[in-house]
Design a protein around this ligand. Structure first.
Ligand SMILES: C[S@@+](CC[C@H](N)C(=O)[O-])C[C@H]1O[C@@H](n2cnc3c(N)ncnc32)[C@H](O)[C@@H]1O
Length: 285
């Protein structure tokens, strides 16, 4: 059994339990003090017991064990980088070291899709890896673009999903998020395990790209992980303030920030889902 922070896939919960737990989560949303970066109030979900057992070691990790596993995991990824971030990712893919890959869509994004709670139009998933999330939210009302800097990841995604029934509603492109300039903007961007994958010094540039790629009033959904206090990365530790610090000065407003109770296995308690609206464009800064 692998017990890394980027964990292998446990069996999916039934859709009934997902919907039930989501409704409980929404009911338990409580006000949250305003932040030093944004003049707004956020919502935080109360503590909710997950109704589904999602991994063998769920709830059994004490803090110390969990921290040392995360540190070991960070070390293993870092070994493939040697200070060169783009090559490092390709090396991970080449060597089949992809512990972040759930091998299925991320439960919370699937749930939002099923509930009809995602903006329609054009969606982008940067650092999409093998693309499960891309395919899971693509439909006639939503065209989804998945980009990844790794050629191997993109080839794998294309191979996996070229005969999906919704193949006309998504595309995979080998692109660098920081330099790519699409011809059309997006109504929705979903970031999961991408913000934590880039070096913290790139976070301002990350926010600028998010702002540049979204239409006014577009929505950015960030599944914030790992909320921890480990040192180094990738994955680099994240906090709500890390996102606010770079997004709010660009005119993003947090619509909601909740614990992700559908987080998988050891990621439980280390994830929050943030929904951000782009209220004004960069030019008004
Ligand atoms: C931790 S993995 C997460 C993959 C996917 N989101 C998932 O959860 O399975 C980070 C991904 O970001 C990609 N990546 C890193 N830097 C990138 C960049 N500048 N532009 C696009 N993709 C990038 C990597 O190749 C890798 O596939």
């Amino acid at each position: 059994m692998r017990t890394l922070s980027f964990v292998p896939p446990p069996p999916p919960p039934s859709s009934a339990s997902i919907v039930t737990s989501s409704i409980r989560a929404l009911r338990l949303a409580i006000p949250f003090p305003s932040s030093p970066y944004c003049n707004l109030s956020r919502k935080r979900e109360g503590k909710v017991e997950a109704s589904t057992r999602m991994a063998e070691n769920d709830g059994k990790d004490d803090g110390v064990a969990s921290k040392s596993k995360l540190a070991a995991h960070v070390d293993r990824i870092r070994q493939r980088f040697h200070g060169q971030s783009t090559d490092g990712w390709e090396k991970c893919w080449e060597q089949g070291f992809t512990p972040w890959d759930l091998g299925r869509p991320t439960p919370i994004i699937q749930q939002l899709y099923r509930m009809g709670a995602l903006p329609k139009g054009r969606a982008l998933i940067p650092g999409c890896g093998t693309g499960y999330d891309v395919v899971s939210i693509a439909c006639p009302e939503r065209y989804v673009v998945g980009i990844d800097i790794s050629e191997i990841a993109i080839k794998r995604a294309i191979q996996l999903f070229s005969s999906s029934p919704n193949t006309n509603h998504f595309i995979f492109l080998k692109e660098d998020f920081f330099t790519w300039h699409p011809t059309e903007l997006f109504d929705l961007i979903f970031d999961y395990t991408f913000f934590c994958a880039i070096e913290p010094k790139m976070r301002v540039a990350w926010a600028e790209r998010m702002s540049g790629l979204l239409r006014p009033e577009g929505e950015l959904i960030t599944l914030m992980f790992p909320i921890s206090d480990h040192i180094g990365g990738p994955p680099y530790k994240v906090s709500i303030s890390d996102y606010e610090e770079v997004l709010c000065p660009l005119g993003f407003k947090a619509i909601s920030i909740m614990d992700n109770e559908l987080a998988v296995g050891p990621r439980k308690g280390k994830e929050k889902i943030g929904r951000w609206k782009k209220i004004r464009s960069n030019s008004s800064l």
